[in-house]
Design a protein around this ligand. Structure first.
Ligand code: 5RP
Length: 220
């Protein structure tokens, strides 16, 4: 099965947790786009969605789903998002699409977080995928030096500005054996908006689509 097909399978499996009338938190990326398509095909009708990016906002509006402001909705019942890497403890690296900050805010605001991935995203230890770090432009060089001090090799993402007007440093070679500690440590550097480790607030349930069906890691 192609990776695109597996993403659709993971997206479809998440529908089990969605009821008409809900306000959903919505992540960013091709798996989330597949989820929005599956949601529409299922006939379920949301009260609205809180979006993690301008890209997802466009997709939601095209699908006729009202986009709501998190400041008005308050806490959400359910957040659906993809990931770039997932470990056995449902800790994630996210931000390949550059939407990590809004994604982390919505995950934090949500009672339940369902992560949808194809099996290529599963790893034993996080860190093969370069860790995205969103930084305010003024702090780019300072933060890069601090990341080198932590053992990382940061690289500025070319021609990319986040929806928040910031830059992304993609960091290789960090030791992520203790992702909770590293997530906190990087976030302490002045000028860092957030980093793409979702370890302090991992997913509650990961739906992993593979050749033999959808594996459920965790529970709601
Ligand atoms: C965006 C993300 C995405 O969830 C991640 O990049 C996975 O994307 P895709 O579903 O296209 O594989 O974190 O910031």
């Amino acid at each position: 099965m192609s990776q695109a097909r597996l993403k659709i399978e993971a997206a479809r499996a998440a529908l089990e947790y969605v009821e008409s009338g809900m306000v959903l938190g919505m992540g960013t990326g091709s798996t989330v786009n597949a989820f929005i398509d599956e949601l529409i095909s299922s006939g379920r009708s949301l009260a609205g969605a809180v979006s993690s990016s301008e890209a997802t906002t466009g997709k939601l509006r095209e699908a006729g789903i009202e986009v709501l402001d998190l400041n008005h909705t308050g806490g959400l019942e359910l957040y659906i998002d993809g990931a770039d890497e997932v470990d056995a403890h449902r800790r994630l690296i996210k931000g390949g699409g550059g939407a990590l900050t809004r994604e982390k805010v919505i995950a934090e605001a949500s009672r339940r977080f369902v992560c949808i991935v194809d099996e290529s995203k599963c790893v034993n230890v996080l860190g093969d995928f370069p860790l995205p770090v969103e930084v305010v432009p003024l702090a780019r060089a300072l933060v890069a030096r601090k990341l080198v001090g932590l053992g990382g090799r940061p690289e500025l993402r070319n021609d990319f500005v986040t929806d928040n007007g910031n830059l992304i440093l993609d960091v290789r070679k960090l030791d992520l054996v203790d992702p909770v500690a590293v997530e906190g440590e990087i976030n302490q550097i002045p000028g860092v908006v957030t980093n793409g480790l979702f370890a302090r607030r991992p997913a509650d349930l990961v739906l992993v689509a593979g050749e033999r069906g959808v594996e459920r890691r965790g529970r709601l």
